[in-house]
Every structure is written in structure tokens, then in C-alpha cells.
Design a protein around this ligand. Structure first.
Ligand SMILES: Cc1cc2nc3c(=O)[nH]c(=O)nc-3n(C[C@H](O)[C@H](O)[C@H](O)COP(=O)(O)OP(=O)(O)OC[C@H]3O[C@@H](n4cnc5c(N)ncnc54)[C@H](O)[C@@H]3O)c2cc1C
Length: 483
């Protein structure tokens, strides 16, 4: 590709969404990620495609209504990767949430969803709530609210969005890290490093979209250093926070749970996902740009989630978590307390550089439209109309396929370049009882054949995957010992 209309830095859901919309509207676009697609925040979310019931407490009706519309649209585009769920909200004597407030919130949530709504809410008596989920703590239970939302496969929807972009002409380069830029007349020359194959690459582009999630401040500082040496570092736009999840065997009969932590009154969730339950999350402020260890869960966070789960579901208190993962929220800097920071997004226009920050996974299409509209206006002399069809996204192989078929498809069609890309983000193999250790050998063999790996490279890939699992296990053990 010669001269690009836009180059997107970041292959999370935000960057993939921008690349898809740009490609579908005829722009010449390339997307670069320093790692795998969705290897940042976009595969470690709470997996909810949701309006965000709790944002109603802060009366963010616009954000909730818009998100509910997107919940419906994305569900139509990727039906195999989403699952409507009933969420149970138990109410306890002396709890933070008053029954009238919950009832009102659920009524409003249904009303905002309107015709796009799922099964409507209900208020339950204690006996009814316990009949649905018998492991709930019975003492002081006043009843429960019941409402509908959607659970999604965040990693795989994101990859499907990137595939849709590629199917419409976008060039996708993973493991390609942007390291600098040079002005070049009417275009920018963007420099990048291939982190797997080695070597430098350069791209000429009329505009640049920074969709680097929690790395946005780091990327902006790097671009400033290379484009205007000696200029002061740009001020931080983000106030990121870490959120940790534990993965358990299924914990409920079928419901997701919205719970209030006794320790600090925060909301946390139990989300059924792929025969497992995700329990999270925490909220620990980290600096921006985040240091490398910002992505590491602490034993305190693991203990906090375990203790709250024991209180909420004493019936499953003995169950041990199978896995732990952490992500960093790319929240827009604000004066608000970290847990109350806005989930809205901003696009900072500094032509030819456009930076997208904040937002949620659920509203990625809205973010893409807001980022691309000013670029379209510039490049098409005032015309910012964008077609954003709700056409189905390319779907992954169906469930139950063997690891070798999954690996082959992932390399041929889904941009996988490392073993972990297949085991963690293109399959549920990492959730298997052995965490995908047996499948790893088969997947590495097939990937090696397709990608020309040496035996040593194949061993290194398996070793790297095993080491990551070992670290997770060590953290879970440490949290248990220190308890
Ligand atoms: C714990 C947690 C729970 C959440 N739960 C939900 C939820 O249930 N529902 C919801 O809607 N939202 C949720 N969110 C929010 C949502 O996950 C994020 O807003 C979204 O994933 C951010 O996507 P992104 O593409 O902006 O960032 P990322 O996914 O982090 O992508 C940024 C990409 O930029 C790349 N990059 C960085 N530097 C460079 C460089 N120099 N060159 C090339 N590439 C680079 C990175 O490798 C990365 O892949 C949650 C977030 C967290 C942390």
C-alpha cells in the first residue's frame, strides 16, 4: 500500500473499530499493534456488552441509552459470540442499595432499552431469589432484582471486527510497534519495528489515529519526541486503573450476579462465561503511562475478591479459582474519585494526529464514528457522512472444533502469530481444566508448520505459555498462603 489515508496505532477494540469503519467507507487504512490483536485491555474486560446499570446511579442516562443501543447492534452483528443473561441483584438488610432505588433503576434500564430490550426486569422475594440461586447468602436477604444484559466473548468479537476491516481492504500488522514518526510534506512517515521477525518498517499516511488504550499517553509522548524534539511532553490525558478478575468453575445455576462488596461498597460481578464464572473486578489507580507491573494482579486484590465471593455465595466458599487476569482501564483523567471516573470517551483532534481515549468496549462503534468523522471531513473536504452497516461480522470456527483446526484457521484467517494468540484469544482452550497445556503441543505444531517455526522456536512458544501459567498459579498460591 503506498500512501495511506489513516494509520491506526493499536489493535484493541477501539483501533479495530476505527479500521473497520474506515475500510468500509473506502479509506486506505492500516492498523498496527505492538502485540497481538486484543492483547491489551480488550480481552480482559468483565465480558459484558451492557448499558451499565450502575451508571444510572450517577444519572448518566445518555451514556446508558447509547450503550443499550450498541448492545443490541453488536449482538446482531456477532450472534455466536454473545449470550443474553439474566442478572440477579440480591438485596440485604443494611445494604448500600435500597430496594426502591433498585426497582426504579431497573424500570429505567428497561425503558431506556425500549424496543431493543431483552426480557423485562422483575423484583423477587427472598424465597424466589434462593430458588433461582440457592448458594446466595440467606441471612438478611430482603429479595432481589432480576434484569437482562448480554455476556460477550470480548477477544473474539474484537478479532472479528479486525477481520471485517481486512475483508474491506485494511492492512493489519500485529507485533509491529510504532517507534516514531517524521514529517514528510503532506504526509507523516510512521516508523515501526517488527517485534517477531525483526526489522524496521515505514508507512506514509495523511492522518494518524492513536487508539492505544492505556498506552495513549506513552504513544503521544513518543510521537511528540520524534516530531518536535525538545518540545515539552504532552500532559497526561488518562487516569488509568487496574481491574482484576478471578476465573472459577461455574458458580451459579445460570445467572450472572451483580453484588456489593462488604469491604468498600464497590459493585462487583459474577459472570458466567464459557462454562466458567468470572469474578471481578477491583479498581486500583495506576500512573500514566502505566509501568509494566501495572498489569500484574496483587495478592491483596485476589484476597479481596475471594473474601467478597465467600460472603456473597457461602455455598461455594471452598471452591478455588482456576485463573486470574488483570487489565488497565484507559479512563479519561478527571477530578472524580477513581471508581466514579467517567466511562465516556473523547477524541482529541490535533491534525494530522487524532487520539481516542476512554470509553467502554460496548460503545466501540460510537467511538469509531467520532474518531473518523473529523478525518473524513478533512480528507473529503467537509463530507463526514459515514456508512456503518450492522452487517454480520466474520465468525470464528464453531464450538467443539479440534485444536489443530482452530490453529490452522487462526493463522490463515485471524492473524495469529504466537501460541498464546490461539490459546487465549481465539479459543477457550486456556479455560480447560489443564489450562490448554495438552492442546498447546498440537497448536504449536500446526502453527510451526504454517509459520515456518524451527523446533527451538516451537519449544520457546510452549515454554512462554507455561511460564505465564506458572506465574498465575504462583500468585493464586501466594494469595492463599498469606490469607
Ligand atoms: C477490568 C476491566 C473490565 C472491563 N469491563 C468492561 C465490560 O464489561 N464492558 C465494557 O463495555 N467495557 C469494559 N471495560 C472497558 C474496555 O475493556 C476498554 O475500554 C476497551 O477494551 C479499551 O480498548 P482499547 O482498544 O482502547 O485499548 P486496548 O485494548 O488496551 O488496545 C490498545 C492497543 O494498543 C497497542 N499499542 C500500545 N502501544 C503501541 C505502539 N507503540 N505501537 C503499536 N501498538 C501499540 C497495545 O498493544 C494494545 O493492543 C473493562 C475494562 C477493564 C480494565
Amino acid at each position: 500500500m503506498d500512501e495511506l489515508d489513516l494509520l491506526v496505532i493499536g489493535g484493541g477494540i477501539t483501533g479495530a473499530g476505527v479500521a473497520r469503519l474506515a475500510a468500509r467507507n473506502g479509506f486506505r487504512v492500516a492498523l498496527l499493534d505492538r502485540g497481538d490483536l486484543m492483547s491489551g485491555t480488550s480481552s480482559v474486560s468483565s465480558h459484558m456488552l451492557h448499558g451499565g446499570l450502575r451508571y444510572l446511579e450517577h444519572l448518566r442516562l445518555g451514556l446508558v441509552g447509547e450503550s443499550l443501543g450498541e448492545r443490541a447492534a453488536v449482538s446482531r452483528m456477532a450472534p455466536a459470540l454473545v449470550q443474553p443473561r439474566r442478572f440477579l441483584v440480591p438485596l440485604y438488610r443494611g445494604g448500600r442499595l435500597a430496594p426502591w432505588k433498585l426497582r426504579l433503576g431497573l424500570q429505567l434500564y428497561d425503558w431506556l432499552a425500549g424496543r431493543r430490550g431483552l426480557a423485562p426486569h422483575a423484583m423477587l422475594r427472598p424465597r424466589e431469589a434462593l430458588a433461582l440461586e440457592p448458594d446466595l447468602a440467606p441471612e438478611g436477604l430482603l429479595g432481589a432484582g432480576l434484569y437482562s444484559d448480554v455476556v460477550m466473548d470480548d477477544g473474539r468479537i474484537g478479532i472479528a471486527v479486525a477481520r471485517d476491516a481486512a475483508d474491506h481492504g485494511a492492512a493489519i500488522h500485529t507485533y509491529t510497534e510504532v517507534t516514531g514518526a517524521r514529517p514528510g510534506g503532506a504526509t507523516l512517515e510512521v516508523l515501526a519495528r517488527d517485534r517477531l521477525g525483526g526489522g524496521e518498517r515505514s508507512f506514509h499516511t495523511r492522518t494518524l489515529v492513536v487508539a492505544a488504550g492505556p498506552w495513549a499517553d506513552a504513544v503521544r509522548a513518543m510521537l511528540t519526541r520524534s516530531l518536535t524534539p525538545g518540545a515539552p511532553e504532552p500532559p497526561a490525558l488518562l487516569r488509568p486503573s487496574r481491574g482484576v478478575h478471578l476465573v472459577y468453575p461455574a458458580l451459579t445455576r445460570s445467572h450472572a450476579l451483580l453484588l456489593t462488596a462488604r469491604a468498600d461498597g464497590r459493585v462487583f460481578f459474577v459472570v458466567p462465561f464459557s462454562d466458567r464464572a468470572l469474578v471481578g473486578t477491583t479498581e486500583v489507580e495506576v500512573s500514566s503511562p502505566p509501568p509494566a507491573d501495572a498489569w500484574r494482579a496483587s495478592p491483596e486484590e485476589v484476597r479481596y475478591l475471594r473474601a467478597e465471593l465467600r460472603r456473597a455465595l457461602p455455598g461455594v466458599a471452598g471452591t478455588a479459582p482456576l485463573a486470574v487476569f488483570a487489565g488497565v482501564r484507559p479512563l479519561v483523567a478527571s477530578q472524580a474519585e477513581v471508581g466514579r471516573a467517567s466511562r465516556e470517551h473523547h477524541v482529541l483532534e490535533q491534525h494530522p494526529i487524532y487520539t481516542v481515549i476512554g470509553g467502554k468496549y460496548t460503545t466501540f462503534r460510537v467511538m469509531a464514528r467520532d474518531a473518523l468523522a473529523p478525518i473524513a471531513r478533512r480528507l473529503r473536504r467537509g463530507d463526514d457522512r459515514l456508512a456503518d452497516p450492522e452487517a454480520p461480522l466474520p465468525m470464528p470456527l464453531g464450538a467443539g472444533r479440534a485444536p489443530d483446526a482452530i490453529a490452522e484457521h487462526a493463522v490463515a484467517r485471524e492473524f495469529a502469530r504466537r501460541l498464546e494468540d490461539v490459546l487465549r484469544r481465539r479459543s477457550a482452550l486456556w479455560l480447560a481444566p489443564d489450562r490448554g497445556r495438552v492442546a498447546a503441543t498440537v497448536v504449536a505444531r500446526v502453527m510451526g508448520e504454517k509459520l515456518g517455526w524451527s523446533d527451538e522456536r516451537r519449544r520457546e512458544e510452549i515454554q512462554a505459555y507455561e511460564s505465564a501459567l506458572f506465574e498465575e498459579d504462583a500468585l493464586l498460591d501466594r494469595a492463599r498462603e498469606d490469607a
